[in-house]
Design a protein around this ligand. Structure first.
Ligand SMILES: *[C@@H]1O[C@H](CO)[C@@H](O)[C@H](O)[C@H]1NC(C)=O
Ligand SMILES: *[C@@H]1O[C@H](CO)[C@@H](O)[C@H](O)[C@H]1NC(C)=O
Ligand SMILES: *[C@@H]1O[C@H](CO)[C@@H](O)[C@H](O)[C@H]1NC(C)=O
Length: 428
């Protein structure tokens, strides 16, 4: 393990210092067009069969292929970002409920709504919730593969990318919640977030507390809020080198990192597919980033997942997390002394005030998650005033990515979530 980390460190150094910049750019921020999205494989035009571009199903296609209905909805935020969000309103299981309770799923960093529906019924949480009688809405935050659009700005302009998770919390989440409540005519919804999906709901509720009443229950999967416990291994190496990476990206005008693209999908396929001799290295890398759990990772499926994830993130989002890691505080973006004064009327950036969060939370975390560490969850639990359940999953090896894609996540996690929703009023 140690050797591998040193090896990786050397690679990082080489990439940083010698590789032609264009190569780096073609991986981290590939040229447009990046892929072709279709809805129905059988109805795909022949001309696409020889496409040099990655051809993938969109959310609606991923859901409809299993006989479930799916919808897309356009939501424009107060600051002009056009978000495309998704919905599974129904299930072939046809649960007879007059007014379906609404559940909203919010993805984490570098993911998209697709991440919730890659594997299908009886396996993915979104399908299980639809079967259980929920009206399932699935969010997309600004800047991911579905949401590179703004009423005035183009995604090729740096100005478009000047946002961190803070703006997602202030504009995207409120716009999506308000839209869904209006559309479904219910007063409140259940919010299920994974990873960054938890950061942004807590950032929202601490700054716009009027949204507490619109959230019946928060289910936080692998929550990311506090970063006090030091990292080990690879993540530490990445974190230690973040400032330098950030400068390289900024100097070269890269504001968007790792979008869903043909080049990343090809790279993942070449490096990770079953017959590749590099597959063990690929798996080690995934395990270092997420936690290692060989039983829950079907290695044959890595290239498939790699064609949907990563799905893009802004540089400023990563840099905001980096600041939180350095300070150990959950606070707004630090723009430096001068701009902080202009924005916040104080020289440092303000901390999010956790006392203003009143909506009830259920925290669920894994023992083997490399990113969402227990000590940090305990800090969150202590600071929130309304945690109704805090659950360390009993399966010993559960990792950060198992929350989405573990082979047996239904058994270890999703069935439990549905039980908890029944018990704590998700259905009311
Ligand atoms: C996909 O296209 C085929 C052929 O046109 C059609 O028969 C099928 O019903 C379509 N599937 C969906 C889910 O729309
Ligand atoms: C949403 O917006 C996109 C892009 O403007 C458009 O192509 C699509 O038809 C819209 N979808 C709906 C459901 O309004
Ligand atoms: C892994 O995925 C492949 C491709 O879908 C499938 O054929 C295989 O049965 C899976 N293996 C296990 C152990 O589930």
């Amino acid at each position: 393990m140690r050797n591998f980390i040193q090896f990786f460190l050397v690679i990082v150094m080489i990439v940083e210092h010698t590789l032609p910049f264009e190569l780096l750019k073609s991986i981290f921020c590939p040229p447009i067009p990046r892929l072709v999205r279709i809805r129905n494989v059988s109805a795909t035009p022949k001309t696409l069969k020889n496409s040099q571009l990655l051809v993938v199903l969109d959310f609606v296609g991923l859901v409809q292929r299993h006989g479930y209905s799916a919808e897309e909805h356009n939501v424009t935020t107060e600051d002009g970002y056009n978000l495309l969000i998704h919905r599974i309103p129904d299930s072939p299981a046809k649960v007879e409920i007059k007014k379906k309770p609404v559940v909203f799923l919010q993805h984490g960093v570098m993911a998209s709504s697709d991440s919730w529906v890659l594997f299908g019924p009886r396996r993915d949480l979104a399908f299980l919730l639809a079967d259980a009688g929920y009206d399932v809405w699935v969010g997309n935050i600004r800047g991911n593969t579905y949401t590179r659009s703004h009423i005035e700005l183009s995604a090729s302009e740096p100005e478009f990318w000047k946002f961190s998770y803070h703006e997602m919390s202030q504009y995207d989440i409120p716009a999506m919640i308000d839209y869904i409540l209006k559309e479904t005519e219910v007063k409140s919804l259940v919010y299920i977030g994974h990873s960054m999906g938890t950061t942004i709901i807590y950032a929202l509720l601490s700054t716009k507390p009027e949204y507490n009443d619109k959230i019946k229950l928060i289910v936080s999967l692998a929550p990311i809020v506090y970063w006090k416990q030091p990292f080990t291994n690879l993540i530490k190496i990445i974190v230690d080198n973040t400032a330098e990476f950030e400068n390289i990206f900024k100097k070269n005008g890269i504001w968007e990192i790792l979008p869903q693209s043909t080049s990343v999908a090809k790279l993942v396929k070449t490096f990770c597919e079953d017959k590749a001799i590099t597959q063990p290295a690929c798996i080690s890398l995934i395990f270092l980033l997420s936690g290692s759990d060989i039983a829950q990772l079907n290695t044959s499926l890595i290239p498939y997942v790699g064609s949907f994830f990563p799905a893009g993130v802004s540089l400023f989002t990563l840099s905001h997390y980096y600041q939180n890691i350095v300070t150990g505080k959950f606070q707004q973006y630090d723009f430096g002394y001068v701009e902080n004064f202009a924005r916040y009327a104080q020289k440092s950036s303000p901390e999010y005030d956790m006392k203003r969060i009143t909506a009830p939370s259920i925290l669920m975390y894994g023992q083997n998650d490399a990113i969402s560490l227990k000590k940090n969850i305990m800090e969150l639990e202590n600071r929130l005033s309304n945690v109704i359940v805090s659950d360390e999953l009993s399966y010993r090896w559960f990792t950060h990515l198992d929350f989405l894609w573990g082979s047996d996540s239904k058994m270890f996690l999703y069935d439990k979530i549905i039980e908890l929703l029944e018990k704590y009023g998700g259905k009311n």
